[in-house]
Design a protein. Sequence first.
Length: 275
Amino acid sequence: MNSDDLTVESPDGPRLVVRRLGAGDPVVLVHGSGGGLHSWAAVADDLARDHTVWMPARRGYGPSDVPPGTKSFADETVDLLAVIEAAHHPSGKPVHLVGASYGASLALHTASADPRNLRSLAVFEPPLYAAGAGIAPLLDRYRSAVERDDATAMAAALNDVTRVPAEIVAALAASAGDRTPDPVEARRSAIGWLHDLEALAGDGTDIARWSSISVPTLLLAGTDTWEPMPTTVDALAAMPTARHIVWPGQSHFATMTAPTLFADALRQFFAEVSG
């Protein structure tokens, strides 16, 4: 499906590149750590049959700007609100906001800060446990590895943050085979991860704060995702507006492994809250 890339200027200064495709009610898809404009491709192609899909590359991830200094969720909330305003403006219709992984954490922050242009919120497995002062030493380890361009040390630090089990790490490595990552994309991902870790280290783990979110909310998770992700999503289910879907046989990578399942769940939710 045809798409176009446009620029949204954040009030905080960064220039955000956003990929847009489709026609219909607006949907903003927020990528997780290590992602970019490509992250939601398969889900977006499906949703774009009847929605206008907006996919920003978050600050710190090329081709969007990489501002100097330490990043916070407050910074990214300002960015995302600018994208939401851009998606809302052409038709005046409220936006369906969807986030995956770190992008889901950012979506929660944004819906809590300013829900005025939102019709709904959908979050897939936000790593809310990976935050706070306990992340600071891992951030330092990762920053040092980035400065040395030590991919092995970077991966080890990130595994300690995300708590991915060793068998899953091994399976992912085996699936990659002998493929060599594109060095430009790998560097973009490394810098993006660095700034995401800064925001996580400055955040907290209090899940009760999200109870103030008033827009209709869909929580998405897979049965095959490692702990403590499922426990975290279960705790979010106490949100007063939340609906909860758990997909058998799916993991933290469902946006890539089950895009039709993902898009169908979103489409049904959007129809229910818009009816």
